[in-house]
Design a protein around this ligand. Structure first.
Ligand code: BTN
Length: 243
């Protein structure tokens, strides 16, 4: 991508877009450590070592998906930090819906279309002594990714609609929504994001089976805890929080 002109006040005012990188997470982190202000966005047409949660590989084929990371320096307690991941998945879900696809969110941070994952979000926190210094948020959205390049259980905007999307336009919309929700967090706290996020979340009120450390937890997902954890009512009626 060449010339990206965001509508935002600061998120993406500095966008550095590369042809190929190892992982946009590492580039943003290095710049943040050197003092980059919040709002810096690093993106790439291709990642050779894109990674996801639990250090899983994130397939990032050339020129088809959106792979970008950004830095934020929020004044949030460690209990409230989850809201940045939530607002990012909320923004992605909203933009997908605006583009005409019926997306939803799966706790904690996947965006799904027809039960298949179209987007993953990775958030990494850096601390200075006890305080949060910055967050790096990485978004991987399969836009025009061909079915043959999508791992099992995944999809792309193209694979579900049969239509190609302008990646630059999608990026501009995403940055706009992410900034919108981030601004609201600054003024109103986490509640508006959490409420809107819940409205798009398919995990709540459904039966879940989750591998947590070395045990399997099963039950009904009943709510989100103050720190973003999932509250699951097990068959013995005991409520357990999963982080
Ligand atoms: C997940 O679902 O496990 C999170 C996937 C996050 C992928 C994005 S792509 C842009 C950024 N760079 C990376 O290496 N990972 C994130």
């Amino acid at each position: 991508m060449q010339k990206i002109i965001p509508n935002t006040k600061y998120l993406g005012k500095n966008i550095q877009w590369f042809g190929e990188v190892s992982s946009t997470m590492d580039i943003v982190k290095a710049q943040a450590v050197s003092g980059a202000v919040e709002g810096l966005v690093i993106g790439a047409d291709k990642q050779t070592a894109g990674r996801g949660r639990f250090n899983r590989k994130w397939e990032s084929p050339s020129n088809t998906g959106l792979y970008f990371s950004f830095v934020l320096r929020p004044r949030l307690s460690s209990k409230e930090m989850f809201v940045v991941t939530f607002l990012s998945s909320l923004a992605v879900c909203e933009v997908c819906r605006e583009l005409g696809v019926n997306a939803s969110i799966k706790w904690p941070n996947d965006v799904l279309i027809e039960g298949k994952k179209v987007c993953g979000i990775l958030t990494q926190a850096e601390f200075k002594r006890m305080d949060l210094d910055f967050l790096v948020v990485g978004v991987g959205l399969n836009v025009n990714t061909l079915e043959k390049d999508i791992p099992a259980g995944g999809c792309s905007l193209l694979s579900v609609t049969g239509k190609e999307f302008d990646r630059e336009e999608v990026l501009v919309k995403l940055l706009d929504r992410i900034e919108f929700w981030y601004e609201r967090v600054k003024v109103e706290g986490v509640a508006p994001v959490v409420n809107s996020w819940k409205g798009m979340c398919v995990t709540l009120n459904s039966h879940v089976t989750i591998a947590d450390s070395n045990k399997i937890i099963e039950g009904l997902a009943i709510d989100i805890a103050d720190d973003g954890g999932l509250l699951v009512k097990q068959n013995n009626n005991e409520i357990i929080k999963i982080l």
